[in-house]
Every structure is written in C-alpha cells, then in structure tokens.
Design a binder for this molecule. Structure first.
Ligand code: ADP
Ligand code: 5GP
Length: 192
C-alpha cells in the first residue's frame, strides 16, 4: 500500500557514460513513486536539457551562496564543474514515503555514506573502459578531450565500488534495469 510505504534514498553512482541516466529514466517511466532529485550544477546545459528537470543550472556565484546557506545534502566538484544535491529535493519527499533517486558522483556518495545518512546504494559499472569510451563517443554530447578526461576519472571511481551495497554491471541494458528494479523492490519490501 503506497500510503503506508516508508520513503527511501537511493544513491546511484558510476562513471560518466555508463548509463545511469538511461537506467533511471526507464525505471521512473514505469513507477510513479520514484522521484528524481534534480541537482544543482554550474555546467552548461546540453542540447535538450531543461532547467529544473535535468538540473537546476546556475552560476558559480549562486552555487557558492547555496553552499554558504547550507542548502546541500552533499556537493562536489566533478570533471571540472560543481554539482550538489539540494536538501529541498530530498527531505520532504522521503518523509512523504517516496523513493528519491540521487544520480551523484563517487565523492558525493562517499560524503553521504560518511554522514551516516540512511540509504540504499548502487554502483553501476561498465563492461570495460573501452566500452565506456565508446558510449561517450556515441552519445556525442562532449568533445573528445572531455571524454578522455571523464574516462580517465573512471579508474578511480571504479576503485571505490566496494563502498556501495550493490554492484550492477550495465552490459545488457534490459538486464541492468531489471537488476536495479529488483534491488529497489527488495529494499521496499524490507521497509514496508
Ligand atoms: P550516464 O548518465 O551514466 O552519463 P547515459 O545514460 O547518458 O550515461 O548513457 C551514455 C550512453 O550510453 C547513452 O548514449 C546511452 O544510450 C548509452 N547506453 C546506456 N546503456 C547502454 C548499454 N547497456 N549498452 C549500450 N549503450 C548504452
Ligand atoms: P553530467 O555532467 O554528465 O550530467 O554529470 C557528471 C557527473 O556528475 C556524474 O557522475 C553525475 O553522477 C554527477 N552528479 C550529478 N549531480 C550531482 C550532485 O548533485 N552531486 C554530486 N556529487 N555529483 C553529481
């Protein structure tokens, strides 16, 4: 019964281009009690990205003000831009019984774990770094130097995967979606 369901925080991390956004949007399309925490970022919007839907796009000045105001659950510099999870996107929704999804980088996730915030955590890994690079190339949203920078960061990110409760390898997309869905459902059953 959704009215009595307890809310939960689901932290999803993994290297850029591994398929986090694809998996999250597919899961959300079939489950209205999943809500996405829209992060703040200082990076420029990609073509098709909508302010308030994909990110809250903002200046470095505005971001710094939010840091000073204590508005973030966690925040980090990732691949040269600033990102942060807003408390306003998370706290009330969990209290309402919703499952709040965070698509955040490894530094941000470790920060959440170190604060002792109750959450379920999933690391999404690529089948190989070559495949990761190819997905970023095929996505076509970043120039080659940015792609190499992001693939370069993936090695450290992968070295932290043991800090997460669950590891899902996104080789076959449908299998990966099913694995994440099963993790969510198992956790919900435990909370009910
Ligand atoms: P992230 O959000 O982790 O940066 P995306 O969801 O944007 O990654 O996915 C990166 C690219 O890889 C997209 O073009 C997406 O369509 C593609 N992709 C995602 N999962 C798979 C998969 N299992 N096999 C092949 N391509 C995939
Ligand atoms: P992108 O620029 O490709 O959208 O995201 C780059 C990286 O930033 C991804 O690893 C994504 O998970 C991470 N990210 C997005 N939002 C946040 C956030 O609020 N906090 C942190 N720590 N990382 C974030």
């Amino acid at each position: 019964m959704s009215e009595t369901r307890k809310g939960m925080l689901l932290v999803i991390s993994g290297p850029s281009g591994v398929g986090k956004g694809t998996i999250i949007s597919r899961l959300m399309a079939g489950d209205r009690s999943l809500v996405f925490s829209v992060s703040a970022t200082t990076r420029a919007p990609r073509e098709g990205e909508v302010d308030g839907v994909h990110y809250h796009f903002m200046s470095v000045e505005k971001y710094n003000q939010l840091v000073a105001d204590g508005a973030f659950v966690e925040y980090a510099q990732v691949h040269g831009n600033f990102y942060g999870t807003l408390k306003s996107e998370v706290n009330q929704r969990i209290a309402r019984g919703e499952t709040v999804l965070l698509d955040i980088d490894v530094q941000g996730a470790l920060n959440v774990f170190d604060q002792g915030i109750e959450c379920t955590s999933i690391f999404i890994a690529p089948p190989s770094l070559e495949e990761l690079r190819q997905r970023l190339i095929d996505r076509g949203t970043e120039p080659m130097d940015v792609i190499e920078f992001r693939v370069g960061n993936a090695a450290w990110e992968l070295s932290q995967k043991h800090r997460y409760q669950h590891l899902v390898i996104n080789d076959n997309l449908e299998d990966a979606i099913e694995e994440v869905r099963n993790i969510i459902n198992t956790q919900r059953s435990a909370l009910a």
